[in-house]
Design a protein around this ligand. Structure first.
Ligand code: PLP
Length: 379
């Protein structure tokens, strides 16, 4: 039986052909497609600069490094995220501090962020959970007041809007991070991007993604072959194969988001009639990209556990997943942060959440299959 996954990539023949063309070209990496993808991306989101890397995790890591995050520094983030958001702080020796979320949106609560600010706090990383930006104006106001930096983790929200701003334009952040993993709004297989309007950060990011090596302002250049390593960086470079695919996918972003929003609206109409389910709210300030469609299910009313519901849906051809296990539940974090309390909003949200399929190539029949399967949970 066909199982509709909770998400999946949408690849066209055009995407395949651009990758094949790069394979036949002279440069598989460090070639012209990187600059092209970066400038198209920056233009699309309205940022001055874009830096392509080989994953969203790498993007987060070089952002934190560019800010000089180091041992003992604290970074406030949400526990309702993929582990990469906080792991990248640990790579720098910094301490991720988890602020609680709103139960109805899954987004970080700015009032909770304030409670966690200490003299060691350096930055805040809100996550645009499920494609809906967090309360960025409130977070920026806090950052301005306490002289903190904001790294917006927009891995879910390329193509979304917040008030008058396009996600990625950095109107409310110092840097914004994207992931191009296959389930994300666009994909390059693996890949990521940072956007910023700050030239100093831009130059630091460029260097950090390629070993800390530069060919600019050389201290002692004996000839054209020469380069210098001035910082400890990484090989976080994206290939030209990925960049060409990214450019091709970017052309389809608007239609991808429109398709996701259309499916979400069909779901909203169907599920508002069911008493055992409440879809995750779209915050009034945002136009979500619907990277995920999350249901809050009343398992008591259904007389089924979440695991049983997942099996039931699967038997009807519907895949599902949970986003996210609170980061501090993972054994590594429990061991490292023994005093971490359980956060009420996060725990309440996690107890009822289930993501159901949403992706641009879902057919009308797929959407009806999902709606019928969810509706039939009620008996
Ligand atoms: C919110 C969030 N941040 C960061 C990442 C890391 O991105 P990548 O898988 O491209 O390293 C992901 C990917 O799953 C994510 O969902």
């Amino acid at each position: 039986m066909k199982i509709i996954p909770y998400s999946c990539q949408s690849i066209s023949e055009e995407d395949i052909q651009v990758v094949v063309a790069v394979l036949r070209s002279a440069c598989l990496t460090q070639g012209p497609f990187i600059n092209q993808f970066e400038s198209e991306f920056a233009k699309k989101v309205g940022a001055k600069y874009a830096v392509a890397v080989n994953s969203g995790t790498a993007a987060l890591h070089i952002c934190y490094m560019a800010l000089g995050l180091t041992t003992g520094d604290e970074l406030i983030t949400t526990p309702n995220t993929f582990v990469a958001t906080s792991n990248a702080a640990l790579y720098c020796g910094a301490i991720p501090v988890f602020a609680d979320i709103f139960l109805d949106t899954g987004l970080i609560d700015p009032a909770e962020v304030i409670k966690h600010i200490t003299p060691r706090t350096r930055a805040i990383s809100p996550v645009d959970f499920a494609g809906c930006p967090a309360d960025l104006a409130a977070i920026k106001a806090i950052a301005d007041r306490y002289k903190l930096k904001v790294i917006q983790d927009a891995s879910h929200s390329l193509g979304a809007r917040y008030r008058d701003s396009t996600v990625g334009d950095c109107a409310y952040s110092d840097m914004t991070v994207f992931s191009f993993h296959p389930v994300k709004p666009i994909t390059t297989g693996e890949g990521g991007m940072v956007t910023t309007n700050d030239e100093t950060l831009y130059k630091a990011l460029l260097k950090l993604r390629t070993h800390g090596i530069t060919k600019e302002n050389l201290i002692n250049s004996p000839g054209p072959w020469y380069y210098e390593m001035t910082d400890l960086g990484y090989n976080y470079r994206m290939t030209d194969l990925q960049a060409a695919m990214g450019s091709s996918q970017l052309k389809k972003l608007d239609s991808f988001i429109a398709a996701r929003r259309r499916i979400a609206s069909q779901y909203n109409d169907a599920f508002c009639k069911l008493e055992f389910v409440r879809p995750l709210g779209e915050s009034p300030d945002c136009e979500s990209g619907y990277h995920l469609y999350v249901l809050s299910l009343n398992f008591l009313k259904l007389k089924k556990s979440r695991a049983e519901v997942m099996v039931y849906l699967r038997e009807r051809g519907v895949g599902s997943q949970v986003h996210y296990i609170p980061v501090y539940h993972h054994p590594y974090y429990m061991e490292k942060f023994k005093d971490q309390p359980k956060l009420a909003g996060m725990e309440g949200y996690y107890a009822t959440a289930l993501s159901i399929p949403i992706f641009p190539t879902m057919t009308d029949v797929d959407v009806v299959t999902v709606i019928d399967a969810v509706a039939s949970l009620g008996g």
